[in-house]
Design a protein around this ligand. Structure first.
Ligand SMILES: [Zn+2]
Length: 305
């Protein structure tokens, strides 16, 4: 230690290094209108652009938080299916792809998160897709997760709500991913057979095998504004039928106009809307006040007087 290290070096560093680093996550750009948005403000606005109302994709944790009462819920551990039974490989091995994504998104995670709690005071089980996990694709883990969610809903006599955000089946699992379509349909049937509400909140995007199974079976189908919902992509359809598709095709609002969606709900209104719907569907109260019938002796006494 001498004056060089103690005195000169810090001075040089102060001159050379940028005095105050600007965190790169301070601003976000709206992918729809290009508006620069202050990150903290965007977070407070539930990742909805304040300039154009564009609903950005959000992760499962944030979505669960905004759906349950007071943002409180309990996540359940999901069953672990066989890993890569087909030994699939494209540019990368499927197991490596899974490992890489899990390193980012948590060990043993997959494209679905399931939690339970209350919405508007009623018990609810919510299954939410994680789009960041391999495009929210549905493989065996997602199928198992939806089955577990349905069984939990039946066990707790709770409403089941699913928020798909998925490109469809997970091609790395081939036929096994396609088999999740009938499986998840059966899972939904179990909830319906128990007389419990099953509500779907379509989020951007809901396509492929997901839109061809449980996502279109809701007793009530809600959607986030602007969400892309469809089976095949618009470009594929245009190339097949050789026609220009109408504007807004496969968007939530278009589907609402055509009767495929019951209501397009802004993210900020989702909790209250769900609470109202579940409350209506689960109300055990009779539609009018019950007037007790007078007993026979009372009726006679009344006749005499
Ligand atoms: Zn915008």
């Amino acid at each position: 230690m001498n004056w060089l290290t103690n005195f000169v070096l810090p001075k040089i560093r102060a001159v050379v290094a940028p005095s105050k680093e600007v965190p790169d996550n301070l601003w976000d750009k709206c992918p729809n209108c290009g508006q620069m948005l202050f990150h903290r403000e965007l977070e407070a606005n539930l990742y909805v652009c304040r300039a154009c109302g564009h609903h950005m994709r959000i992760d499962a944790e944030r979505r669960l938080k905004l759906m349950f009462d007071d943002g409180k819920f309990t996540r359940i551990e999901l069953p672990k299916p066989l890993v890569d039974p087909l030994k699939f490989r494209d540019r990368k091995k499927y197991v490596d792809r899974l490992k890489e994504t899990q390193a980012k998104r948590g060990p043993n995670s997959d494209a679905l998160a399931v939690a339970h709690g209350t919405i508007g005071g009623s018990a609810a089980v919510v299954a939410v897709f994680e789009f960041e996990f391999m495009g929210g694709s549905m493989g065996m883990a997602v199928g198992d997760g939806l089955l577990a969610a349905a069984r939990l809903a039946v066990l707790q006599e709770a409403a089941m709500i699913v928020v798909p955000s998925s490109g469809g089946a997970r091609m790395q699992e081939g036929i096994l991913s396609l088999m999740q379509m009938p499986r998840t349909t059966i899972a939904v049937e179990e909830v319906k057979d128990a007389g419990l509400p099953y509500i779907v909140v379509l989020a951007d995007p809901t396509t492929g095998g997901v839109s061809a199974s449980f996502a279109m079976l809701g007793d009530i189908t809600l959607s986030e504004p602007g969400a892309v919902i469809g089976f095949a992509g618009a470009r594929v359809i245009e190339e097949t039928i050789r026609e220009k598709l109408p504007e807004g095709f496969q968007r939530a609002e278009y589907l609402l106009d055509h009767g495929m969606v019951d209501k397009v709900v802004a993210r900020g209104d989702l909790h209250d809307t769900l609470a109202r719907i579940i409350g209506m569907l689960r109300r055990r109260m009779p539609p009018a006040e019950v007037v007790p019938l007078p007993s026979r002796s009372e009726a006679k006494a009344e006749e005499r007087s």
